[in-house]
Design a protein around this ligand. Structure first.
Ligand code: NI
Length: 167
């Protein structure tokens, strides 16, 4: 088991755009395993490869209470979205910060699994929000960037304080 280092906001590497996966090989499977291990250990309910400085379109999510329902999305694409959800979000790259972002309540996602097999997933509620949050990471967007400028300043100040404490 390998735990990967999670980039902390406002690290500029979180703003890179992830490239689609074109080769479904053993190294992809290992990365998916490491991402899942890192997410569960954190603990968190979602992690995008971008957050560990691997800029490929790979996401792992598990919103189950028992942590036994891992969802792996490679090259995900939202093909349908409806409704409005306003669930409070957090992010392993922005520890200790939670806020509400307006998202679609339901999404239909087309993606590949780690073996390269295409599938479609229909999600709602927390899973749908999590998918949208993680897909944002793949385009270099962190959820706090939806917040007002004032709130973003507070987030940066809070994270800077955390860093000073841990230094
Ligand atoms: Ni996040």
């Amino acid at each position: 088991m390998a735990l990967l280092n999670i980039l902390r906001y406002p690290d500029a590497r979180l703003h890179k755009t992830a490239a689609p996966v074109t080769v479904f090989d053993e190294s992809l499977k290992k990365l998916v395993r490491d991402l899942a291990d890192t997410m569960y250990a954190a603990p968190g309910i979602g992690l995008a490869a971008s957050q560990v400085d691997m800029h490929k379109q790979i996401i792992v999510i598990d919103v189950s209470e028992r942590h036994d329902s891992l969802v792996v999305l490679v090259n995900p694409e939202i093909v349908d979205a409806s409704g409005v959800s306003d669930i409070e979000e957090g992010c392993l790259s922005v520890p200790g910060v939670y806020d509400i972002v307006e998202r679609a309540e339901r999404v239909k996602v087309r993606a590949y699994d780690q073996n390269g097999k295409p599938f479609t997933l229909e999600a709602q509620g927390l899973l749908a929000v999590c998918i949208q949050h993680e897909m944002d990471h793949l385009t270099g967007k962190v959820f706090v960037e939806y917040l007002s400028q004032l709130k973003q300043q507070r987030v940066r100040a809070k994270l800077a304080k955390q860093l000073r404490k841990s230094a």
